[in-house]
Design a binder for this molecule. Structure first.
Ligand code: 6PG
Length: 470
């Protein structure tokens, strides 16, 4: 009997191809579909010798090549292309076949697709994959969710291809329904936030202290050796060394200051608003990408206003120590916001997300991997229902020590007129979260004053309304 293939991939862009080659390198027989023969040829020619990799140009050939129940993953752009693939697959598949959407789909689309595919008897799963092109080939972080039985069918392949922390694969079941895509969305929100924080650190040191790219490289590379060790700091250090191919300049200085986005950060902010959980560092990152797009207006405004001297008086040694502590605290606070959001979604959206497993799979392979996640994993393992990791004693003792650095940096940046929206939102979130009595009693009084919206009291139970003077 003809040998059947273990796994199929729809969409042979660089991510799809690399993920499929990773499966083949781990001993699975794989088939890749793309209408474009150039892409199927590229797949076969880049396979490691001795592995079983086949490219096909029709879905019929792909489906016929697979062992049953069929296991198919698609990596196509989010939105209509995912629905189009599902429509084309429906007449070709049988009950119990497993279809996985490994792209960055919106979680509400995934929820809708789970329902529509159930009618056909297929198992549809949403799965987040992080790690970029390189990660896909050598070991990504994988966030599958949805049908728990279907997950068991694909678990061996996913565990084989995932990044490893020690012997532990960076893949785990993320919960019910669209939990896989939800966890990946929040991962991306945290990714946006850390990137914005690093941008502000760069700006404050460059414009406020005149520190050049070579020195920035040394500083970031040094941070990457200690408790700030992380992929995003590692690549930032490398970026400062990259030369432009067409001039003598450093490439980073030649790049236009307008950031693109594909939407996952914005979706995180939108969902957090719906859940009523504050994630202001992620919101700041999304907003700063929007403000970056107002380039023409920013140039005009820069000439129109009298702005402070971009000159921070603090000596270099002190500011770099403060910056280390600021960076540490702000990054902890932005993970804390993302994890608190996951905890809220777990109950409010009934996704039943095991928080400790989300943290576990982020420890390697993904864009937000960092040494800190090892600490957060311990915290979440000890207390999987923790509402916010800032409530843990071990985190509190670290932040108590370092928050002063964040305060000093925000003050210095504010005085120098250097925007620090993510850093200051991190500090303001911390200050709000650690304030036992906020001024929202006044908000309640105002609401009751103009709209009879009622209020509660601190000294007795019940709901009250007052006929206010004036
Ligand atoms: C990852 C990345 C990946 C992608 C981002 C980019 O985890 O591998 O998050 O999914 O690079 O979605 O997002 P923006 O284009 O919105 O910055």
């Amino acid at each position: 009997m003809e040998k059947k293939f273990d796994f199929a991939m729809i969409g042979l862009g660089v991510m799809g191809r690399n993920l499929l080659l990773n499966m083949a390198d781990n001993g699975f027989a794989v088939v890749g579909f793309d209408k474009d023969a150039i892409k199927t040829n590229a797949l076969e020619s880049s396979a490691t010798a001795g592995t079983t990799v086949k490219g096909v140009n029709t879905l019929e050939e792909m489906v016929a090549a697979l062992a049953k129940p069929r296991k198919i993953i698609m990596l196509v752009p989010a939105g209509k292309p995912v629905d189009d693939v599902l429509t084309s697959l429906q007449p070709l598949l049988e009950k119990e076949d497993v279809i996985i959407d490994g792209g960055n789909s919106h979680y509400t689309d995934t929820m809708r697709r789970i329902e529509s595919q159930r009618a056909f008897g297929f198992h549809f799963m949403g799965m987040g994959i992080s790690g970029g092109e390189q990660g896909a080939r050598t070991g990504p972080s994988i966030m599958p969710g949805g049908d728990a039985n279907a997950y068991k069918n694909v678990q061996p392949v996913l565990e084989a291809i995932a990044a490893k922390e020690g012997n532990e694969p960076c893949v785990a079941y993320m919960g019910k329904g669209a939990a896989g895509h939800y966890v990946k969305m929040v991962h991306n929100g945290i990714e946006y936030a850390i990137m914005q924080i690093l941008g502000e650190v760069y700006d404050i040191l460059k414009r406020g202290k005149g520190i050049g790219n070579a020195e920035l490289h040394t500083l970031f590379a040094g941070w990457n050796k200690g408790d700030l060790q992380s992929y995003l700091i590692e690549i930032t250090a490398a970026i400062f060394l990259q030369k432009d191919e067409t001039s003598d300049a450093d490439l980073v200085d030649k790049i236009l200051d307008v950031a693109g986005s594909k939407g996952t950060g914005k979706w995180t902010s939108q969902s957090a608003m719906d859940l009523g959980t504050g994630i202001p560092v992620i919101d700041a990152a999304v907003t700063m990408r929007s403000i970056s797009g107002l380039k023409a207006d920013r140039v005009k405004a820069a000439a129109l206003y009298h702005l402070p001297e971009k000159n921070i008086a603090t000596d270099k040694e002190t500011i770099t120590q403060q910056m280390h502590d600021a960076l540490f605290s702000a990054i902890v606070i932005c993970y804390a916001q993302g994890l608190a959001m996951l905890q809220k979604a777990s109950t409010d959206l009934d996704m039943q997300i095991p928080l400790q497993d989300a943290v576990k799979v982020w420890r390697q392979g993904c864009i937000i991997r960092s040494a800190m996640l090892g600490l957060f994993y311990k915290v979440c393992n000890n207390n999987p229902s923790i509402s916010n990791i800032l409530l843990d004693d071990s985190i509190a003792s670290l932040i108590n020590d370092k928050i002063k650095g964040l305060r000093s940096i925000v003050v210095a940046a504010t005085e120098a007129g250097i925007p620090s929206m993510a850093l200051s939102n991190a500090l303001n979130y911390f200050d709000a979260f650690t304030t036992d009595r906020l001024p929202l009693n006044l908000t309640q009084a105002q609401r009751d004053f103009f709209g009879a919206h009622t209020y509660q009291r601190i000294d007795k139970e019940g709901v009250f309304h007052t006929h206010w003077n004036g």
